[in-house]
Design a protein. Structure first.
Lengths: 358, 358
């Protein structure tokens, strides 16, 4: 069995009995039963995911995977391709939004070069949470040829699995997904349109902020790519190979590996959502380990979450990516777990319970 | 001039020019302009509130005010009245949800006994963030007589102002509101129905979880109180005196004092919302200093926020109070300010800007 197959085979449905035990514990705490709403649901789900009645959230990590996209040539982004490499350097120098929000959440950021066009070199890279598993110098332009080979798609997913497993050794109680890659909303919309069998226009937004003409070019490029290659919606590796991206494949690997390791994985926005859709199509049980951080401005994301039956925690009109929304969602997940672990019970605090039990 | 009048007179509309400067700064940071959505709006508003282009959020405090309500006699709550005092002790022993979530947000909790029926005594109270400014041993049952005198209503508001000003001396960059008081959703619904001229049924929910019969008793009590006393919707002190509560009046004072001191104040759920409505009716400029933390399950809150034109940050089906939602909102406010203060600019990080400027 390949690493990908082995990882999928290890993913199990969480134990439902733990949900009931977690609910019992939550109802014994000094608050009206259920009054912390979605925080309580989140706490219960994390108990079920981790298999621990008192899960610990200490080691937190955001995986920010970067890669370039050949389809950028089609004028589908508001920013030039060189920005991908420039932003990777910005991540490593801790100047980006993801650095600020990850620090706020107490999470480390693991930056992974999955295939940035310009080879990023940094003197002190070894001291940083930085990895290079370059599948190639960006994908090919999928309006003309497949983005990558099927074997490179598998290689990229397995690279994600490998990165997760390496990082898990340092401690990993929860993780989040993030990315950087000029034109990667185009690849994500193509993946979403294909797997969910939707029109490109229904699942394509403005990314970093293209104008009307840019949006039309984007939709045309997606339609052209899907028409040219006819990826098989039931074969996520085929979809990745034909219209995907290295960082999207890598993130699918991260999600699969986290699910196999019973580590809750906070899904950021649209591009992370497309990676989650790949992971889910490969192995539907992954959804039990996913926490949807927020409702993105990118309209394709809502269809993905609906398909996987996940409800986003936040709705803050975010459309940045990098893992920024995942950091905010992770903060809520940690709060939920602390409620479960740190509150007094009615009994221990000598507080009277309800007059009329439900 | 009274302390209340002086405080209201000090509240100014924030400088709009600062909003533009904050936006300029945000657009210079390494992210697509506006891509952090409501976090960016929040950052701009905090700049305007504080009058500082680089506001600091270091000292954070949640004010949790407690009091009892005579109307509890009418069987309007799922919990017995003794729970108010028991929960105050739980707050002081750090076992409640507010303690856990405030710690998560890095905020101190200031517990204030504004008039709990059972006099709470604690040996080491002086070492704690605990204050007693008891206006009386709970309000009177407003279905029979006014909840308090008009002079006690003013005294309670001014006590809130006093507590804020004392606490501000220890450092206060942002604060949040919270409360505890069995039957205080009944008082809050009565205030909301009166000031917003709505039917009691439209703005009354299940509080800590009353059943259908309890909800009917609650609505009947509110209707009876409003019919009996006919509070003047334009005179918030009259409304407080006739159907309010000591902790609600105190929180209105906190909000007025925070606004006068240009300290952003995160408004928790429905009861805090009723206090905000009192403060807003006394001085509409207070709304510029408010951050609405979350959309509560208690249905009256939506009408209040709509009236004050505030959009809640979170929607997590919370209905606990204490200031729990305010803690989560405060976390987002801090994240927003960090984005403004800590990110690199396109220039400093040498990242290319957009191809086509908007």
């Amino acid at each position: 069995m390949s690493l990908l197959q082995k990882t999928c085979a290890k993913i199990a449905i969480p134990d439902a009995a733990l949900l009931a035990l977690a609910e019992e514990r939550l109802d014994s705490l000094t608050k009206p039963p259920g009054s912390l709403g979605r925080l309580e649901e989140l706490a219960k789900n994390i108990v079920a995911m981790t298999g621990k009645l008192k899960p610990r959230i200490k080691h937190k990590a955001i995986f920010t995977l970067a890669a370039d996209h050949g389809v950028a040539e089609e004028g589908v982004s508001a920013f030039p391709q060189e920005v991908t490499a420039q932003m990777v350097l910005n991540f490593l120098r801790k100047g980006a939004a993801i650095n600020v929000l990850a620090k706020h959440a107490g999470a480390r950021v693991i930056v992974v070069d999955m295939g940035v066009a310009a080879d990023v070199r940094l003197k002190n890279a070894k001291k940083l949470d930085y990895r290079k598993v370059r599948i190639g110098p960006g994908t090919r332009n999928f309006t003309r040829e497949p983005a990558m080979s099927k074997s490179d798609a598998v290689k990229a997913i397995e690279a994600g699995i490998g990165v997760f497993r390496e990082e898990q050794k340092k401690g990993m109680d929860i993780c989040g997904t993030g990315e950087m890659g000029i034109a990667n909303t185009t690849a994500s919309s193509a993946i979403t349109a294909c797997i969910l069998r939707k029109d490109a226009r229904e699942v394509t937004g403005r990314g970093t902020g293209v104008d009307e003409a840019g949006l039309d070019r984007k939709i045309a490029a997606i339609e052209k790519g899907l028409r040219l290659h006819s990826p098989d919606p039931k074969d996520p590796v085929d979809v990745l190979a034909k219209v995907g991206g290295f960082e999207i494949a890598g993130l699918a690997g991260i999600i699969l590996a986290a699910s196999a390791a019973r580590v809750p994985v906070v899904i950021d926005g649209f591009i992370s959502g497309a990676a989650a859709l790949i992971a889910y199509t490969l192995e539907p049980k992954t959804r039990h380990y996913m926490i949807a951080a927020h409702a993105s401005v990118e309209k394709g994301q809502a269809s993905i979450l609906q398909h996987m039956k996940l409800e986003p925690l936040l709705n803050l009109n975010l459309r940045l990516g990098e893992g920024t929304g995942a950091c905010l969602g992770m903060g809520l997940a940690e709060a939920a777990v602390k409620i479960l672990n740190e509150m007094a019970t009615f009994k221990s605090a000598k507080v009277s319970t309800k007059l009329h039990k439900k």
